[in-house]
Unconditional design. Structure first.
Length: 366
């Protein structure tokens, strides 16, 4: 959808809820609606905020550091600076615009900031209304243009992985490999990693979110590499488990179980299927092999402008998948003191199943 179409849908939703405007503080929502690419340094320091009135032109509020960037990128938005802070600007602007009920993204704002916003709004007889998910519901189904961008990010991620894999050898430290991956991402055109790269060898692989350490890679043991990058605003996410030299029988056994679970999950993906049914299909394979207690996390998550977004593929999510959603399918087995096996690919949900976005689906042929 174009920016104009997105704003039309949001305004219609606001009117249905009897709201006069929406204050957008979630960074990916801000980018999605305006095209403004500046990044927040933290939740407490924003690069800008959008105000979308139910009627009338939209605004982008920012400070002098981002003024020229905002003017160049946020076409169709009136850019206003807040030299004395956002709340001072809102205190003057809301009455002038006739806004009496202001929705704000309560999931993307500090509690202290929300309290200050509500106090400021009340002082000018405006009701500040907490709201979640209004923009995210639009983001969850990707357009063809978004799918093209995500495919490109996935392909570049694979290209970087292949190049670095060719350099792996016993004695390299996990930190060195992670740094090589992230450096090459940027050299090949990525804006940044989509999350901190994970390289976990041997027993460290038992930690699903391991942090790369000074441990050296060793021949014959599994190495879990979880990596992703941002290209033109869109994220990729991929996990490969590799072995230097010949894997032992246990590694081969676990690898094959996880791959069967991944295929079972992907087979269940299609529009209209409950997210938890996809999780269950993969989880049953691992449980039947006797390793159910060693797969604790959900099967996957949505990917788009954020590397973790809706929908979640887990045991609790009863919501149905819809065509255009992009999700990861990433089962794993994690054995304390031994290590782990995880395989992660990205797929796009279709009416008849799913489109596999990766090409190097496991990398190892075990």
């Amino acid at each position: 959808m174009t920016t104009a179409q997105l704003l039309t849908r949001i305004r219609a939703d606001l009117r249905r809820r009897r709201l006069d405007a929406l204050l957008v503080t979630q960074p990916e929502n801000r980018l999605y609606l305006s095209g403004y690419t500046a990044r927040d340094t933290s939740l407490a320091e924003s690069a800008g905020v959008l105000l979308i009135p139910a009627a009338g032109p939209p605004f982008l509020f920012t400070d002098s550091r981002y003024h020229l960037q905002a003017l160049a990128e946020a076409a169709g938005f009136e850019v206003m600076l807040y030299p004395r802070g956002l709340l001072v600007l809102l205190e003057k602007l809301l009455p002038r615009l006739g806004i009496r009920r202001l929705a704000f993204e309560s999931h993307a704002i500090l509690h202290a900031t929300a309290l200050a916003l509500m106090k400021t709004a009340a002082g000018v007889e405006v009701e500040a209304v907490p709201l979640t998910g209004l923009v995210e519901r639009l983001r969850v189904e990707k357009s063809e243009e978004e799918l093209v961008a995500i495919r490109k990010a996935v392909r570049l991620n694979e290209e970087v992985f292949r190049a670095v894999f060719a350099t792996l050898r016993p004695g390299l430290r996990e930190r060195e490999v992670a740094l090589h991956l992230e450096t090459l991402m940027r050299q090949k055109g990525a804006g940044r990693p989509s999350f901190d790269t994970m390289v976990a060898s041997g027993p460290n692989g038992a930690l699903p979110h391991a942090v790369p350490s000074d441990r050296e890679l060793r021949e014959g043991e599994p190495i879990v590499i979880d990596m992703g990058l941002v290209l033109d605003g869109y994220c990729s996410d991929m996990t490969r488990t590799v072995v230097l030299g010949e894997p032992d029988a246990k590694t081969v056994e676990l690898f094959r179980i996880v791959r069967r679970a991944q295929l079972a999950g992907m087979e269940r993906v299609r529009a209209g299927v409950a997210a938890r049914e996809v999780d269950r299909a993969a989880r049953q394979v691992i449980a039947a092999a006797g390793y159910g207690d060693y797969f604790g996390h959900g099967l996957g998550h949505g990917v788009g402008l954020a590397v973790h977004e809706a929908p979640s593929l887990n045991r609790r999510n009863r919501k149905h998948l819809r065509a255009g959603m992009v999700v990861t399918v990433e089962p794993g087995i994690y054995l304390p003191e031994w290590g782990g096996i995880r395989l992660e690919n990205m797929v796009a949900v279709t009416a008849g199943g799913c489109e596999l976005l990766n090409t190097d689906v496991t990398f190892l042929d075990l």
